[in-house]
Design a protein around this ligand. Structure first.
Ligand SMILES: C[S@@+](CC[C@H](N)C(=O)[O-])C[C@H]1O[C@@H](n2cnc3c(N)ncnc32)[C@H](O)[C@@H]1O
Length: 187
Protein backbone atom coordinates (compact mmCIF):
# COMPACT_ATOMS: atom_id res chain seq x y z
CA UNK A 1 0.00 0.00 0.00
CA UNK A 2 2.73 2.45 1.00
CA UNK A 3 4.72 1.95 -2.23
CA UNK A 4 1.60 2.18 -4.37
CA UNK A 5 0.59 5.34 -2.51
CA UNK A 6 4.02 6.92 -2.95
CA UNK A 7 4.11 6.06 -6.67
CA UNK A 8 0.64 7.51 -7.32
CA UNK A 9 1.58 10.65 -5.40
CA UNK A 10 4.81 11.09 -7.33
CA UNK A 11 3.00 10.67 -10.66
CA UNK A 12 0.40 13.27 -9.68
CA UNK A 13 3.23 15.60 -8.62
CA UNK A 14 4.90 15.16 -12.04
CA UNK A 15 1.59 16.13 -13.67
CA UNK A 16 0.75 19.18 -11.48
CA UNK A 17 3.74 20.09 -9.27
CA UNK A 18 2.36 23.40 -8.00
CA UNK A 19 -0.97 21.97 -7.00
CA UNK A 20 0.40 18.84 -5.33
CA UNK A 21 3.26 20.75 -3.74
CA UNK A 22 5.31 17.78 -2.55
CA UNK A 23 7.04 14.66 -3.90
CA UNK A 24 6.02 12.24 -1.15
CA UNK A 25 3.10 11.67 1.24
CA UNK A 26 3.68 12.94 4.80
CA UNK A 27 5.66 10.76 7.21
CA UNK A 28 4.26 9.20 10.37
CA UNK A 29 6.22 11.81 12.36
CA UNK A 30 4.48 14.67 10.57
CA UNK A 31 1.14 12.86 10.87
CA UNK A 32 1.57 12.67 14.65
CA UNK A 33 2.70 16.28 14.92
CA UNK A 34 -0.36 17.41 12.96
CA UNK A 35 -2.87 15.37 14.95
CA UNK A 36 -1.55 14.95 18.48
CA UNK A 37 -2.65 18.37 19.71
CA UNK A 38 -6.25 18.00 18.64
CA UNK A 39 -8.86 17.62 21.34
CA UNK A 40 -10.46 14.51 19.79
CA UNK A 41 -13.06 14.17 22.53
CA UNK A 42 -14.47 17.58 21.70
CA UNK A 43 -13.89 17.69 17.94
CA UNK A 44 -17.24 16.81 16.38
CA UNK A 45 -17.08 18.81 13.12
CA UNK A 46 -13.82 18.47 11.23
CA UNK A 47 -12.47 19.40 7.78
CA UNK A 48 -9.35 18.12 6.10
CA UNK A 49 -8.00 20.23 3.21
CA UNK A 50 -5.70 18.61 0.63
CA UNK A 51 -5.98 14.97 1.66
CA UNK A 52 -3.60 13.59 -1.01
CA UNK A 53 -3.37 9.80 -0.69
CA UNK A 54 -5.10 9.98 2.69
CA UNK A 55 -2.28 9.56 5.22
CA UNK A 56 -3.97 12.00 7.62
CA UNK A 57 -7.50 10.95 6.64
CA UNK A 58 -6.83 7.41 7.83
CA UNK A 59 -5.63 8.64 11.21
CA UNK A 60 -8.42 11.21 11.56
CA UNK A 61 -11.00 8.46 10.98
CA UNK A 62 -9.26 6.29 13.58
CA UNK A 63 -9.10 9.04 16.21
CA UNK A 64 -12.39 10.87 15.69
CA UNK A 65 -15.49 10.38 17.84
CA UNK A 66 -17.98 7.92 16.33
CA UNK A 67 -20.49 10.75 15.82
CA UNK A 68 -17.95 13.11 14.19
CA UNK A 69 -18.63 14.61 10.78
CA UNK A 70 -15.57 14.83 8.60
CA UNK A 71 -15.44 16.86 5.38
CA UNK A 72 -12.48 15.77 3.26
CA UNK A 73 -11.24 17.97 0.39
CA UNK A 74 -8.96 16.77 -2.39
CA UNK A 75 -8.88 18.41 -5.82
CA UNK A 76 -6.88 15.83 -7.78
CA UNK A 77 -9.23 13.22 -9.33
CA UNK A 78 -6.77 10.28 -9.08
CA UNK A 79 -6.04 11.01 -5.41
CA UNK A 80 -9.74 11.53 -4.76
CA UNK A 81 -10.36 8.04 -6.10
CA UNK A 82 -7.79 6.59 -3.69
CA UNK A 83 -9.57 8.24 -0.76
CA UNK A 84 -12.99 7.13 -1.99
CA UNK A 85 -11.82 3.52 -2.42
CA UNK A 86 -10.45 3.43 1.12
CA UNK A 87 -13.25 5.40 2.80
CA UNK A 88 -16.59 4.83 1.07
CA UNK A 89 -18.68 7.92 1.82
CA UNK A 90 -21.19 7.64 4.67
CA UNK A 91 -22.94 10.21 6.80
CA UNK A 92 -19.81 10.72 8.92
CA UNK A 93 -17.35 11.27 6.05
CA UNK A 94 -17.97 13.15 2.81
CA UNK A 95 -15.45 13.81 0.05
CA UNK A 96 -15.28 17.11 -1.86
CA UNK A 97 -13.01 18.68 -4.43
CA UNK A 98 -12.00 22.32 -4.01
CA UNK A 99 -11.19 23.62 -0.52
CA UNK A 100 -12.28 27.09 -1.67
CA UNK A 101 -15.84 25.71 -1.39
CA UNK A 102 -15.45 24.80 2.28
CA UNK A 103 -18.34 26.94 3.54
CA UNK A 104 -20.70 25.79 0.78
CA UNK A 105 -20.11 22.11 1.61
CA UNK A 106 -20.47 22.76 5.33
CA UNK A 107 -23.87 24.31 4.67
CA UNK A 108 -24.87 21.46 2.34
CA UNK A 109 -24.03 19.00 5.12
CA UNK A 110 -25.96 20.94 7.77
CA UNK A 111 -22.81 22.01 9.63
CA UNK A 112 -22.76 25.54 11.03
CA UNK A 113 -19.31 25.62 12.67
CA UNK A 114 -16.17 23.53 12.56
CA UNK A 115 -14.20 22.55 15.66
CA UNK A 116 -11.02 21.74 13.78
CA UNK A 117 -9.51 22.18 10.30
CA UNK A 118 -6.34 20.41 9.18
CA UNK A 119 -4.58 21.59 6.05
CA UNK A 120 -1.82 20.15 3.88
CA UNK A 121 -2.38 22.72 1.15
CA UNK A 122 0.81 24.12 -0.41
CA UNK A 123 -0.22 27.73 0.24
CA UNK A 124 3.02 29.31 -0.96
CA UNK A 125 2.81 27.78 -4.45
CA UNK A 126 -0.96 27.96 -4.96
CA UNK A 127 -2.28 31.05 -6.78
CA UNK A 128 -2.19 33.80 -4.08
CA UNK A 129 -5.91 34.60 -4.54
CA UNK A 130 -6.76 30.97 -3.88
CA UNK A 131 -4.68 30.96 -0.69
CA UNK A 132 -6.46 34.08 0.59
CA UNK A 133 -9.88 32.69 -0.30
CA UNK A 134 -9.17 29.40 1.49
CA UNK A 135 -7.80 31.05 4.64
CA UNK A 136 -10.81 33.37 4.78
CA UNK A 137 -13.11 30.39 4.35
CA UNK A 138 -11.32 28.59 7.22
CA UNK A 139 -11.79 31.63 9.47
CA UNK A 140 -15.45 31.86 8.55
CA UNK A 141 -15.97 28.13 9.10
CA UNK A 142 -14.25 27.74 12.47
CA UNK A 143 -16.10 28.19 15.75
CA UNK A 144 -14.74 30.91 18.06
CA UNK A 145 -11.51 29.49 19.48
CA UNK A 146 -11.58 26.76 16.79
CA UNK A 147 -8.26 25.10 15.93
CA UNK A 148 -6.54 25.22 12.53
CA UNK A 149 -3.39 23.18 11.94
CA UNK A 150 -1.35 23.48 8.75
CA UNK A 151 2.06 22.34 7.63
CA UNK A 152 4.35 24.12 5.21
CA UNK A 153 7.85 23.48 3.90
CA UNK A 154 9.00 27.03 4.55
CA UNK A 155 8.27 29.78 7.06
CA UNK A 156 6.87 32.12 4.38
CA UNK A 157 3.29 31.74 5.64
CA UNK A 158 4.15 32.33 9.28
CA UNK A 159 3.41 36.08 9.26
CA UNK A 160 0.22 35.71 7.24
CA UNK A 161 -1.13 33.11 9.67
CA UNK A 162 -0.05 35.13 12.67
CA UNK A 163 -1.99 38.14 11.37
CA UNK A 164 -5.13 36.18 10.55
CA UNK A 165 -5.43 34.11 13.73
CA UNK A 166 -5.56 35.29 17.34
CA UNK A 167 -2.95 32.84 18.61
CA UNK A 168 -0.33 30.70 16.86
CA UNK A 169 2.37 28.17 17.78
CA UNK A 170 5.07 26.83 15.46
CA UNK A 171 6.90 23.50 15.52
CA UNK A 172 9.46 21.95 13.19
CA UNK A 173 9.33 18.31 12.08
CA UNK A 174 12.68 17.09 10.87
CA UNK A 175 11.68 13.54 9.89
CA UNK A 176 9.69 14.21 6.77
CA UNK A 177 10.54 14.67 3.09
CA UNK A 178 11.09 17.58 3.07
CA UNK A 179 11.20 18.65 6.75
CA UNK A 180 8.17 20.76 7.64
CA UNK A 181 6.91 23.58 9.85
CA UNK A 182 3.66 22.84 11.68
CA UNK A 183 1.48 25.83 12.54
CA UNK A 184 -1.17 25.45 15.21
CA UNK A 185 -3.53 28.42 14.96
CA UNK A 186 -6.59 29.38 16.99
CA UNK A 187 -9.32 31.70 15.71
C1 LIG B 1 1.30 18.47 -0.15
S1 LIG B 1 -0.07 17.48 -0.69
C2 LIG B 1 -0.51 16.73 0.85
C3 LIG B 1 -1.17 15.41 0.78
C4 LIG B 1 -1.37 14.67 2.11
N1 LIG B 1 -2.27 15.34 3.01
C5 LIG B 1 -0.06 14.45 2.81
O1 LIG B 1 0.23 15.16 3.79
O2 LIG B 1 0.70 13.57 2.39
C6 LIG B 1 -1.30 18.72 -0.95
C7 LIG B 1 -2.62 18.22 -1.54
O3 LIG B 1 -3.51 19.32 -1.68
C8 LIG B 1 -4.30 19.13 -2.84
N2 LIG B 1 -4.89 20.43 -3.24
C9 LIG B 1 -4.26 21.48 -3.83
N3 LIG B 1 -5.13 22.49 -4.01
C10 LIG B 1 -6.32 22.08 -3.50
C11 LIG B 1 -7.60 22.70 -3.37
N4 LIG B 1 -7.85 23.95 -3.80
N5 LIG B 1 -8.59 22.00 -2.77
C12 LIG B 1 -8.38 20.73 -2.33
N6 LIG B 1 -7.20 20.09 -2.44
C13 LIG B 1 -6.18 20.76 -3.01
C14 LIG B 1 -3.31 18.54 -3.84
O4 LIG B 1 -3.98 17.88 -4.90
C15 LIG B 1 -2.48 17.62 -2.94
O5 LIG B 1 -2.99 16.31 -2.93
Amino acid sequence: MQIKESMTFLKRFAKSPRRIGSVAPSSKFLTRAMLDRVDWEKARFIAELGAGTGVFTREIVRRARPDAKILVFEIDPALQKMIRDEHPEHKGLTLHSDAQELVKYMNDNGITELDFVISSLPFTVLPPKMTVRILNAVLKALKPDGHFVAYQYSSIMKHVLKKKFSHMKTRFVMFNIPPAFVYDCWK
